[in-house]
Design a binder for this molecule. Sequence first.
Ligand code: MN
Length: 264
Amino acid sequence: MKILACNDDGIFAPGLWALVEAVREVGEVIVVAPDREQSAVGTSVTLHHPLRMKQVDPPLRGVETYSVEGTPGDCIILGIKMLAGGNVDLVISGINEGMNLGNDVFISGTVGAALQGYFYEIPAIAISAALHKGQIRFDAAARVGAMLARKVKEKVLHPRSLLNVNVPYLAPEEIEGIELTRPGRRSYRDEIQKGNDGKRDYYWIVRGEPVWEEREGTDITAVRRRRISVTPLPGNLPGSERVTLLKDLCRALFDEIRSQPNRS
Ligand code: MN
């Protein structure tokens, strides 16, 4: 089992390494990640100039790790086509610092990396953890990442699966469910700040607070109810069979997440 791990917060972000530590128990992990933060770049791919990449010393010993001057999408393509020898069984992205809910999935670099895996028909999982008053914890998210990786290894997940997973700011034993969801409505109100650099005007897009709607069955509502949200993307799942399978999977994962001893 070969796992390609990436993120959009940059190669040394603690969320990535919490995830790698958890999933390395399931398979061999290779990390290919951007050398700097690339949040909100979506699945953009660099086609107009060459990419630079270097192997770096990983925070976890023995994990083959590459730092790329590029986007999360670039990292996944390099990982699949070149570094992992074409044999990737799972693409996993995260753990993002902050949830990717609702319309975030269209611009999220975390989801964007997973989306590239999906384009190559490799099971792909994006995982994000909630920020709470500037604090973050990765324990439940890392645990659910490892559990899902194991399900991929057991071939429970369809090969063309793309899951966007969001984890509330809770200890694993405080999680109240794992829910199969659809993306809700949540968008940012942007502000434009205009300035002048001495030569030319510039325009800076500044993200405001998001606006959202609470609706039954959405990722937004699930995390508000202290549940882990599992959103299959694209939303049009072929056939009710897969929905049933995924619902069963969520139930099994929930039983499992609370039964494991706390290692951290
Ligand atoms: Mn990010």
